[in-house]
Ligand binder design. Structure first.
Ligand SMILES: [Zn+2]
Length: 110
C-alpha cells in the first residue's frame, strides 16, 4: 500500500482522530499555500519534503538525550544522584546510599 502511494507521489493529511486523507503532492502544495496564508493558521512547514505540523499539537522540541530519558522513565527506570540509571524496583540503601537491585540485600550492610 505505502509503495503505491510513494510511486503516485501522494502525501497524507492526517486529521485529528487519525483519519488519513491521501492526495497528490501537487494538490497538497496548493492546499499548503492556502493553509499557511490563513489568519488563524497554526501550521508550520517542516523543512524538506513540504511536511507540515500543527503547532497546537506540539508538546515541545527535545534532544535525543531527553527522549531517551523519557523512554527509560516510562519503562520504570530511575536515575540516581550520580546520573546512573537503575531498573524498576531497585532501591537506595538507607544506611549507606548503595543502590540495591530489586529483591536483594545491601552488599555493604548485609
Ligand atoms: Zn547499605
Amino acid at each position: 500500500m505505502i509503495e503505491q502511494q510513494l510511486s503516485k507521489k501522494l502525501m497524507c493529511i492526517v486529521v485529528r482522530g487519525g483519519i488519513e486523507i491521501w492526495l497528490e503532492k501537487d494538490r497538497i502544495k496548493k492546499l499548503s499555500a492556502e493553509l499557511l496564508s490563513l489568519k488563524e493558521n497554526r501550521l508550520i512547514e517542516i523543512e524538506g519534503e513540504g511536511e507540515m505540523v500543527n503547532t497546537a499539537d506540539m508538546v515541545g522540541i527535545f534532544t535525543p538525550q531527553t527522549m531517551e530519558d523519557s523512554i527509560r522513565r516510562k519503562n520504570g527506570q530511575w536515575k540516581d544522584r550520580n546520573g546512573k540509571w537503575h531498573n524498576r524496583g531497585d532501591r537506595v540503601c538507607h544506611n549507606c546510599s548503595n543502590v540495591v537491585p530489586f529483591g536483594m540485600k545491601c552488599g555493604n550492610c548485609g
